[in-house]
Ligand binder design. Structure first.
Ligand code: HEC
Length: 143
């Protein structure tokens, strides 16, 4: 009897784990703690190109000396909020190289350096910069 209970309990735990793993969208900006964790990761891995305060490179619509596109702003003034969470998560995790054929640009993936929860925290941090209307719009798109 007790063993059955334990097995049932473990199975429920397992199912919850699976659903949590696939159910992390939409990503909100409700948790101050997550936003702060995201900020630390952002400054470590992203700010060198996307700049502090997420403003993007100067003249971001132009190209670098080497002909590659520059890092766009993520603060809501660009088009980041036109993408839903699933795609944004993939862009950060896999980079454009794994999403597009023959991509030679600079947005590589960070999946080997930042885990899924960390990527979600960075997205919470990014969203903390967005105005309410684009935030609400992007959340409804990500459900
Ligand atoms: C070496 C420079 C560089 C670093 C570091 C970098 N990015 Fe990027 N990122 C780019 C460039 C360049 C693009 C535009 C891609 C293109 O058009 O080739 C981009 C695009 C993006 C986009 C798509 C934006 C949009 O508006 O469509 C997101 C989201 C993004 N980066 C997030 C991040 C995050 C989060 C990090 C840190 C974990 C990061 N990037 C680190 C250069 C960088």
């Amino acid at each position: 009897m007790r063993l059955k209970l334990i097995i049932a309990f473990l199975f429920t735990l397992f199912l919850t784990e699976i659903s949590n793993a696939h159910n992390h969208f939409p990503i909100t900006r409700d948790s101050e703690a997550n936003i702060l964790k995201g900020k630390v990761l952002y400054e470590q891995h992203c700010a060198s190109c996307h700049m502090v305060n997420l403003t993007g490179a100067v003249d971001w619509k132009g190209v670098d000396k080497d002909g590659h596109r520059k890092a766009p702003p993520l603060n809501g003034t660009g088009h980041t909020w036109h993408h839903n969470d699933e795609l944004l998560h993939k862009i950060i995790k896999l980079g454009f190289a794994k999403l597009m054929n023959n991509y030679e640009g600079k947005m590589v993936g960070f999946g080997d350096k930042i885990d899924d929860a960390g990527i979600d925290n960075i997205l919470s941090y990014i969203k903390s910069y967005w105005t309410d209307d684009i935030y609400e719009y992007q959340i409804s798109m990500s459900k």
